[in-house]
Design a protein around this ligand. Structure first.
Ligand code: DX5
Length: 219
């Protein structure tokens, strides 16, 4: 089953609530909120207040993707704001096991994101402890970038590890997800697909955009 996860980074912020409800009505499985601090990634976007606002717009599970340094300082804040899944980057968590425990202590699901250049094998001893592995298929910071095809083997490698160990860790991909790339990502082993500009664009409605993604993934 293809799980589409619209990223609000590309939404029209003058009508964010409407755009979230449109995504829910169009069959989104979750909503992703892209938190950026201008330090870990070269962009500054949104924080816990936006999670709180989106929480009031939908009953869908919310993912807080923390593209920030020192995420351990903000876990409880995003949990209180209403995130259901808190995703931290392996690259900024030298004490990742401790951060994952910190997330789980809030009762939320724990996700780990890997940038394109970060190997999956770094997580080999953590897979049993992770609810979601987010494989970045672009370099994080901005929407509308080109998919990086070299990330496909990482998806397959992660899927093989998870299936071999009989684990229930979701594999989510994020970046350049569109009707052309989603079939490759699905075939590689991803089961959740974060899409920003492919969902929120001025060419079609959110419903049309998400129907196109689902169709592309079903053929
Ligand atoms: C970028 C964000 C992505 C981004 C995806 O760092 O983490 O979620 O919004 O945008 P698209 O789908 O346009 O590549």
């Amino acid at each position: 089953m293809v799980g589409l996860v619209p990223s609000i980074l590309s939404a029209d912020f003058t009508r964010l609530g409407e755009q979230v409800r449109e995504a829910e009505a169009a069959g989104a499985q979750r909503i992703q909120i892209d938190v950026m601090d201008g330090h870990f990634v070269p962009n500054i976007t949104m924080g816990p207040m936006v999670v709180e606002a989106v929480r009031r717009c939908t009953t869908l599970p919310l993912e807080a993707h923390l593209m920030i340094s020192n995420p351990q300082e903000y876990i409880e804040t995003f949990a209180k704001a209403g995130a259901d899944v808190i995703i931290v980057h392996q690259e900024v968590c030298p004490h990742l096991h401790r951060v994952l425990k910190q997330i789980k202590a809030t009762g939320k699901q724990a996700g780990v994101a890997l940038n394109p250049s970060t190997p999956v094998i770094l997580l080999q001893d953590m897979f049993h402890f992770i609810d979601l592995l987010l494989i970045m298929t672009i370099n994080p910071g901005f929407g509308g970038q080109e998919f990086i095809p070299e990330t496909l083997p990482k998806i397959t490698q992660a899927r093989q590890i998870i299936n071999h160990r009989g684990l229930h860790c979701d594999i989510e991909v994020d970046g350049g997800v569109n009707a052309q790339t989603i079939p490759q990502m699905l075939h590689a082993g991803a089961n959740l697909f974060v899409a920003g500009s492919a969902v929120y664009n001025n060419k079609e409605t959110v419903q049309e955009a998400m129907d196109k993604l689902r169709l592309a993934a079903s053929v």
